[in-house]
Design a protein around this ligand. Structure first.
Ligand code: GLA
Length: 727
């Protein structure tokens, strides 16, 4: 078992190949026993230690500095806290006392929430700490799970009230890390069309907060932070990555105290989210995942990738390569008819594509974005023969059929709004703000959830649908619900629980359908979504150059098998940039590959090139899907002009390299490969054989610039394919 309890030292040791976590039971002056995090870092080889670094003079001082595993409010801990409970007296004094523990094989399921899971016995082991606040009448079950092989730690808390009075949970976070030194904070920030840029903030004596209060994990911030040592880079240094398995409003606080120690607390955002716990009720927090690496960011990312590919994503497509799709959005927007769609699909089929996706505009009377969300029945003016006929025609030509939905939304101009205006998320007596001319459905209501489950299921079962793109195109404004007028009702969190219920029902009723998440591009790219949908549209920005940063940043946490990327037309619709087709192809091939342009307008040369790209992707996609990703050159560093990443799977190695702007009379630098086994590697195209030591230590000179030579202009890309061979 990778979890041991030493009763003499009163110490738990959770250990894996990648980290050790030591939790010590500490007796305070007033005889409370509280769990403290005494060590989290590189694996200890079963070595127990006792470190007494606490300041023992005075209760207040002690509480100010102790590394509590689950810090609570109202007793002199001034740093970010995991739990604040308002008790029957109206104060927030809470102290969770250790009652007992359990060590179990596997992990408990989180009711109503997405979470990582064990597939086989031995995949993971959990320690459940049972803690109690006698005065409030509240029990906490803090679950810490270790995935031994992968080296990940997952945490969550379940609360149970045994009070006679309602208690209000004002804050209920999922994890707290208390570390003895300072770290740089690395996180992912952005906006619509430029999601998940890597930003690194040097260590400072500040409390910083990364959050979303928008009702979705958001384009602006991702529920991820890495605390990294000053010397850390992609290949060296300590990194503590924390990611929430949650898709709604969240917050992650990092506090560097006056003794230069760091506390990180992550969980549901407390804004508008006070949760009333009635006597006898339980409450489950979302899960947090921690990935520790002593050898840089790549290893941290690989821990997240391995865990999410094998123990978070589910369903038929978890391990299956994904069909190459052609999506009609950037080809036609709302302006299409059946003939146009079939012409695009026929071209796609000829070029080797496997799935045709009909995007927005097929339902209600939706000729632009001002109407019909909620009316999930076919627009018979646009598609007079109906969806089934289209689906049959596609299947007859050997193409799968995909369909777009935006289930959580309602247009003011829709039949649904005319019938159920009370279903809109709103605050009584307040104006209801629109965004993209739409309102949000109150997903906290059971009747709304049931309506969506029924009508989506009807469309899917009647029309032989093979793929669904599940979009969500706006954020919250007025947060209220008729269901709980006058009460604190945690609408943002209840909204997410409602969304998760609908997703669970629909995805489990249609296990053969491939689901793809989306939110105005990548506005809800998070681990919560990956539990229901193994892939997510990374950004509405399909420009290859912009995508380098977006995909690089996304891969900090999320595996390439989840990052959808398409080849689109030039000039690009978001940036007006003109990039070569080969560069667009190699950028998109680095994730889940597809096309999003009008295939009926291609020149014969473009068709030939696309056919070759599709064939190449069919050969390479299983390496990209299952392989280990190593980021070699960051587009966020140096002069931001180069980017490269490598996929390693069994004996295959692929390296994708990109140069943004051309340089006259210059010489490209060397690029060193990583993670090769000792031996010989053959370059498939040149048939040249290289020693692994040569590739790792000297590397390959990038092909983009040579002194005095006129090269190929801006936005170049190169692919290297190596295979390990017998000596
Ligand atoms: C969002 C998505 C796009 C497309 C449109 C349709 O913006 O991100 O890919 O589906 O909606 O309205």
């Amino acid at each position: 078992m990778p979890i041991k309890f030493d009763s003499e030292q009163k110490q738990f040791h959770l250990y894996t190949k990648k980290f050790s976590l030591v939790i010590n039971l500490f007796t305070t002056r007033d005889k409370n026993v509280v769990p403290l995090i005494r060590y989290y870092g590189a694996p200890l080889k079963g070595l127990y230690f006792y470190e007494s670094e606490m300041f023992a003079n005075g209760f207040d001082t002690q509480n100010t500095t102790l590394p509590f595993a689950l810090p609570t409010s109202g007793h002199g801990d001034f740093r970010p806290l995991m739990l604040r409970v308002r008790n029957q007296d109206g104060n927030d004094c809470t102290l969770l006392n250790f009652i007992g523990y359990e060590i179990i094989s596997g992990k408990p399921q989180l009711e109503g929430l997405p979470s990582t899971y064990a597939e086989n016995d031995g995949d993971c082991t959990s320690l459940i700490l049972h803690l109690r606040d006698i005065y409030c009448g509240l029990d906490a079950f803090y679950c810490l799970t270790v995935f031994e092989e992968i080296g990940a730690l997952c945490t969550s808390v379940k609360y149970k009230s045994y009070s006679n009075h309602p208690l209000t949970l004002e804050r209920y976070s999922s994890v707290c890390l208390d570390l003895p030194s300072s770290f740089d904070v690395l996180h992912l920030q952005g906006a619509w069309a430029r999601e998940r840029s890597v930003e690194r903030v040097p260590a400072s004596h500040l409390t910083c907060k990364i959050q979303s209060n928008r009702g979705a994990s958001s384009h602006q911030h991702n529920p991820f932070v890495a605390l990294v040592s000053e010397d850390a880079n992609e290949f060296t240094g300590e990194c503590y990555g924390v990611n929430l398995v949650y898709s709604g409003s969240f917050s992650i606080e990092v506090d560097n105290d006056s003794y230069s120690r760091t506390r990180l607390v992550a969980g549901v955002n407390e804004e508008n989210n006070f949760w009333t716990l009635e006597p006898g009720e339980t409450f489950q927090t979302p899960e947090a995942v921690c990935a520790y690496s002593s050898s840089g960011l790549n290893e941290m990312s690989n821990i997240f990738h391995d865990l999410y590919r094998k123990h978070l994503c589910r369903g038929e497509y978890r391990d299956k390569v994904r069909p190459i799709l052609i999506n009609n959005w950037e080809a036609t927007y709302f302006n299409f008819n059946e003939e146009k769609l079939l012409n695009i699909a026929t071209e796609g089929k000829e070029l080797g594509m496997e799935l045709f996706v009909l995007d927005d505009g097929w339902f209600g009377k939706r000729d632009n974005d001002t109407s019909s969300l909620g009316d999930w029945y076919t627009d018979m003016n646009k598609l007079p023969s109906g969806l089934l006929s289209l689906s049959n025609a596609l299947h007859d030509m050997g193409m799968k059929f995909g369909l777009w939905f935006e289930p959580e939304m309602i247009s003011p101009n829709s039949d649904l709004f005319r019938q159920h205006s009370d279903w809109v998320l709103h605050a009584p007596n307040h104006y209801i703000t629109t965004s993209r001319t739409q309102y949000i459905l109150d997903m906290s209501r059971r009747d709304v959830q049931d309506y969506l489950i029924d009508c989506i299921s009807k469309v899917l079962s009647e029309n032989k649908v093979d793929y669904v793109k599940w979009d969500m195109n706006r954020n919250f404004a007025e947060i209220g619900s008729l269901d709980c007028s006058g009460k604190t009702c945690a609408i943002p969190h209840r909204y997410m629980l409602g969304v998760y219920r609908v997703m669970e029902e629909v995805t489990s009723a249609f296990p053969n359908i491939l689901f793809e998440g989306c939110s105005g591009g990548g506005g809800r790219f998070d681990a919560g979504m990956l539990y229901y949908m193994p892939q997510i549209w990374a950004s509405d920005n399909s420009d290859a150059v912009s995508r380098l940063k977006i995909q690089y940043g996304t891969s900090m946490v999320y595996p390439p098998s989840s990052i959808c990327a398409h080849v689109s037309a030039i000039p690009n619709h978001q940036t007006k940039r003109q990039t070569p087709l080969a560069t667009r192809g190699l950028t998109a091939m680095s994730g889940v590959f597809g096309y999003e342009l009008d295939l009926t307008n291609l020149t014969p040369e473009e068709k030939e090139a696309i056919k070759t790209q599709v064939e190449l992707n069919k050969k390479l996609r299983s390496i990209i899907m299952h392989g280990k990703l190593t980021r070699l050159i960051s587009p966020f560093e140096g002069d931001h002009n180069l980017c490269a990443w490598q996929f390693t799977y069994k004996e295959d190695v692929l390296v994708f390299a990109f140069q943004i702007l051309q340089n006259a009379n210059n010489l490209s630098p060397y690029m060193k490969l990583k993670n090769l086994e000792d031996g010989l590697y053959k370059d498939i195209s040149s048939e040249k054989v290289f020693d692994s030591q040569f590739l790792e230590n000297r590397g390959l000179r990038l092909p983009f610039c040579r002194p005095g030579q006129q090269r190929d202009g801006d936005f170049q890309a190169a692919l290297y394919q190596f295979k390990k061979i017998e000596a």
